[in-house]
Design a protein around this ligand. Structure first.
Ligand code: Q46
Ligand code: ZN
Length: 271
């Protein structure tokens, strides 16, 4: 089946998009988010793009230029969040001793949700593919907490007025197929990973899974989908609003705000 056929099937099967939905595609400059932006636009959905400039040197600059040109070429509006205006990842890493990926991942999600609300989005679209999801499931098993994966579904299940639902139309599509598609379409994307990716736990898991076939990865992901409804029922997490920034959170203070020194900067962003 073509990639277009696969995403149509996933959208239909999981009822990912309603006709009137205003979609915000979270663009990274990589093959996955670029491909899904292009395909959703082609299929006639109301799509806009939102990109976070992580300010990771030349890699970030190139991603940004590429996406500005690409969005113009397909007539899609692009908004850019300059992360330096929100917080300094380096400073948080230094003071908290957390890894760059941990800080970056939390802050990116936080900022995306906040900006998506400003842009009146009904759903945030991400480019997560089969390989990403398989890695997430295995990582959560290895961490000994399968509840962490209750949103490893094509449609997130959190119902909080402050949380913009996320959808992943490429959820069952293998990474290799997306890469071939992006190359065939000559999308102006950066194939090199983020300069900090090599030190992440995800990359270790990715290495570990590299000999698994797409079919085996699909089985892992599909079988995990079967237990998610039960995990959601049993999950004791209640979603409330962060006392500092007002965003949806599992705790009184969300993880983004709890990062050392960053909370003060983020509080000013609330207004
Ligand atoms: S989390 Fe880590 Fe990514 Fe942030 S530091 Fe780079 S690799 S960009 S998906
Ligand atoms: Zn907060």
């Amino acid at each position: 089946m073509s990639i277009e056929g696969q995403i149509k099937k996933t959208i239909k099967e999981y009822e990912l998009i309603k006709k009137q939905d205003r979609l915000i595609v979270a663009l990274s400059g990589g093959k996955d988010s670029t491909s899904i932006l292009y395909l959703l636009k082609k299929l006639g959905y109301d799509v806009n793009a939102l990109m976070i400039n992580l300010n990771f040197g030349e890699w970030s600059k190139l991603n940004l230029i590429n996406m500005e040109n690409f969005c113009k070429s397909i007539n899609v509006n692009l908004d850019v969040i300059n992360l330096n205006e929100v917080c300094r990842i380096e400073e948080i890493v230094e003071k908290s001793h957390l890894t760059k990926c941990t800080v970056c991942g939390v802050v990116k999600k936080w900022a995306l949700n906040k900006w998506a609300k400003k842009l009146r989005a009904d759903k945030i679209v991400t480019g997560h593919n089969l390989d990403d999801e398989c890695q997430t499931i295995i990582m959560n098993f290895l961490k000994g907490n399968i509840y962490l994966g209750i949103n490893s579904t094509p449609l997130t299940g959190v119902s909080n007025a402050n949380f913009v639902q996320r959808i992943k139309p490429l959820f069952f599509t293998p990474e290799d197929e997306i890469k071939k598609y992006a190359e065939k379409m000559h999308f102006p994307v950066v194939y090199e990973r983020c300069p900090y990716a090599s030190k992440s736990y995800r990359i270790e898991t990715r290495e570990w899974l590299k000999d698994f076939s797409d079919n085996q990865k699909l089985k892992i992901v599909k079988n995990y989908q079967k237990i998610i409804p039960e995990l959601r029922k049993r999950s004791k997490d209640e979603i409330i609003n962060c006392e500092i920034c007002g965003e949806a959170s599992k705790n009184k203070i969300c993880r983004a705000c709890s990062f050392l020194n960053c909370s003060k900067i983020m509080t000013t962003q609330k207004k």
